[in-house]
Write a protein that binds this ligand. Structure first.
Ligand code: NAP
Length: 336
C-alpha cells in the first residue's frame, strides 16, 4: 500500500516529525508493507512540494529551515493549496494553537475533512473547541483523526482515557501543563510571578504569549480533549479558568516549606458536569503534588478506585514519535 502525506507546520514538531518519517519509512515498508511518501510541507509563509527522493529532500529542508533558510517556500497563506496540489491521504498538523478565534486552525481541519484527508495532529485547537463536529464529520466520511500528541504528548493519556469509555468515571484531575510546574518551582525559590514567567518565556519553555499557560488555556484545551475522549461532549469554552497568578506568591512558598505544593490543576467532575482549571494547594499524599518539571500527571476516580498516570509531556522529538504511533494506528485501520 502507498500512502501520501503532507506536513502542515514545520516548526520544532514538524521538523522532528520529518526526521522520524525519513528514518522509519523502511520499518513501515518491511514490517507493514506500506510505502509512505511525504509530498510536501507547509509553514505560515508558504509551502513546498517534494519529489520522489523525499527522504533525502526532507532532511535537507529541515536542516535548512532550522538555520533560517525559508526561501524554498512558495508564498501562500493557505496550506490547503498544498493539499489540493498533492492529493495526500493524510496530513500531519503541527501548527500553533488558536484559542481565541480558533482560526485559521478550524478552517484547515474542516478543509482536510471535506477533501477526505485523514489527520494526525499535535495542535489542540480543533478538538478542544469542536471535538464533536470534527469527529462527527470524520466518522461520516470514514476518516481517521489521530491526536495522541495533544495531551501529555509522551505519555499515552488518550489511550488510557479511551480505554475507559463506558465505565463510570467520576472525576478526572490532572496536572497537564509543564510550563506552570516550572513557573511555580521558580516562585517557590523566591522569584515573583512576573520574573518567573519572563524567565520561562526567555528560555522558550512558555508559549510566546504566556497567557496560554498562565491563564489556563492550554490545560483547559487538554482537559476538554480528555473529557470528550471519555464520552462526554464539551468545548473548552465550558471550562472555568482561574489564572495561575491569582494565588499569592507567599502562599506558594509557605506551602512548599510545609511539604505541600501549589499546582495548576485541571478538574472534570463528570457527575456534576463541572469543569475547571485553577491553582490548588495539594497535600503531600496527593499523587499530583509530586508532578514537576516536564512531567504531567493524571488521576482518574473510577468505581471507588483511582487510576494514576504520570509521564513526560514533550519535547518536540518525543511528540513527533507519538505522531508516528498515530500513523501506525491509521495504517492498521486502513489495512483492516
Ligand atoms: N513542542 C512540543 O513538545 C509539543 C508537544 C505537544 C503538542 N505540541 C503542539 O504542537 C504544535 C506545534 O508545536 P511546535 O513546538 O512545533 O511549534 P512551532 O515551533 O511554533 O512551529 C509551528 C509551525 O507552524 C507553522 N504555522 C503557523 N501558522 C501556520 C498556518 N496557518 N499554516 C501552516 N503553517 C503554520 C509555523 O510557520 P513558520 O515556520 O513560518 O513560523 C511553524 O513552522 C503546537 O500546537 C503545540 O502546542 C507541541
Amino acid at each position: 500500500m502507498r500512502v501520501g502525506a503532507v506536513i502542515i507546520g514545520f516548526g520544532n514538531v514538524g521538523r522532528e516529525l520529518s526526521r522520524v518519517l525519513a528514518r522509519r519509512a523502511e520499518f513501515l515498508k518491511t514490517e507493514m508493507g506500506v510505502e509512505i511518501e511525504v509530498r510536501g510541507i507547509a509553514a505560515s509563509r508558504g509551502y513546498v512540494t517534494i519529489g520522489q527522493d523525499w527522504r533525502k529532500e526532507i532532511l535537507d529542508l529541515a536542516s535548512r529551515y532550522e538555520l533560517g533558510d525559508k526561501g524554498f517556500l512558495r508564498s501562500s497563506g493557505d496550506p490547503l493549496e498544498l493539499v489540493d496540489l498533492t492529493s495526500p491521504d493524510l496530513a500531519f498538523v503541527a501548527i500553533p494553537p488558536s484559542y481565541t478565534t480558533g482560526e485559521p486552525n478550524l478552517t484547515i481541519y474542516r478543509g482536510l475533512l471535506k477533501r477526505g484527508v485523514s489527520i494526525i495532529t499535535a495542535d489542540k485547537t480543533g478538538l478542544a473547541l469542536r471535538y464533536d463536529e470534527l469527529f462527527g464529520e470524520a466518522r461520516r466520511r470514514g476518516i481517521y483523526i489521530g491526536y495522541r500528541a495533544t495531551v501529555m504528548a509522551g505519555t499515552p493519556a488518550i489511550d488510557v482515557i479511551t480505554g475507559l469509555v463506558g465505565r463510570e468515571i467520576r472525576r478526572i484531575r490532572g496536572v497537564l501543563n509543564a510550563t506552570t510546574n516550572y513557573i511555580l518551582s521558580l516562585v517557590e525559590k523566591g522569584l515573583s510571578f512576573d520574573e518567573a514567567v519572563s524567565k520561562a518565556v526567555a528560555e522558550k519553555l512558555a508559549e510566546p504569549d504566556p497567557r496560554i499557560d498562565t491563564e489556563g488555556l492550554d490545560p483547559s484545551a487538554k482537559l476538554a480533549i480528555l473529557v470528550n475522549s471519555a464520552g462526554v461532549k464539551i468545548s473548552m469554552e465550558n471550562i472555568k479558568r482561574t489564572p495561575l497568578t491569582s494565588v499569592p506568591e507567599n502562599i506558594v512558598r509557605e506551602a512548599a516549606r510545609s511539604g505541600r505544593r501549589v499546582k495548576y490543576v485541571a478538574i472534570a467532575d463528570m457527575e456534576r458536569k463541572t469543569f475547571s482549571v485553577s491553582p490548588e494547594i495539594l497535600d503531600p499524599e496527593d499523587p499530583l503534588s509530586n508532578i514537576s518539571g516536564n512531567y504531567n500527571g493524571l488521576s482518574i476516580d473510577i468505581e471507588g478506585e483511582k487510576i494514576l498516570l504520570t509521564g513526560p509531556a514533550g519535547p518536540a522529538w518525543r511528540t513527533a514519535g507519538v505522531m508516528f504511533t498515530d500513523l501506525i494506528s491509521y495504517l492498521n485501520q486502513r489495512q483492516g
